[in-house]
Design a protein around this ligand. Sequence first.
Ligand code: NAD
Length: 261
Amino acid sequence: MSLHGRTALVTGSTQGIGLAIAESLARAGAQVVLHGIEPAAQGAEVAAQLQAATGARCTYVSANLMDEAQAAGLVAQAEALLAPIDIMVNNAGIQFTCPVAEFPAERWNAILAVNLSACFHTMKAAIPGMRQRRWGRLINIASVHGLVASLNKGAYLAAKHGLVGLNKGVALETATDGITANCICPGWTDTALIQPQIEARAAAVGGDREAGIRELLREKQPNLTLLPPSALGEVAVFLCSPAAAGITGVALPVDGGWTAQ
Ligand code: NAD
């Protein structure tokens, strides 16, 4: 599978699932613009490491996606640095767990801004160029929580269900333009995002971290295995492949059976 000649922008890609997706795309031949909230020098180091490991040209842009203007300007910033964006991966995301009756409004606004509104802004900015070039891949990292609910995740559920809906609409609007728009819906994946939930569960069962992970998996994820971030990277590459040209508007669970229940 060759993505030579394609340029990807992956949000929130200095760590976790985003970095794994950036690495898979780079190994498939795409040049990659990494993105994060870290200062330029710190992000540039991650980009240099990825470039050395993959041989693909990699660079870095910094933007806080909680800020509407920064989110709206991200694609232009990336294109000025490298090349027109052919593959737009909306991956950046944050989590906060709390019952709705006590949910801080400030956390609600932050989660909606980063996990949903930023995806609107980047797709809005990326679509016209993709349309002109008659090729584009929009990949939105939603979640099983874009499809089903769990306790105490009101804002995250609203954002991820919203993203699945937005993605369907974008898929219809771009269906004859050589563009596909798809969501990947991961289950529990081994990254920093879920560490607070692992620690809370570990404390609740009076055990260590491994006991906490076992409890989380037993409750929701039938294959009883945390997903490695690289698994999501390979699915993203597949969605960019010619074999996936007819796949658009889907929300693809990669969840060890979570949403089959
Ligand atoms: P992570 O915390 O390792 O990475 C999140 C990334 O988002 C980081 O790079 C962070 O810098 C970036 N980010 C956060 N706030 C930002 C802001 N204001 N502006 C710019 N960037 C910001 O977590 P992850 O697990 O790799 O999460 C990646 C995506 O996968 C998220 O959308 C998350 O909701 C989704 N997801 C994760 C899991 C899981 O179990 N880890 C499951 C389902 C979905």
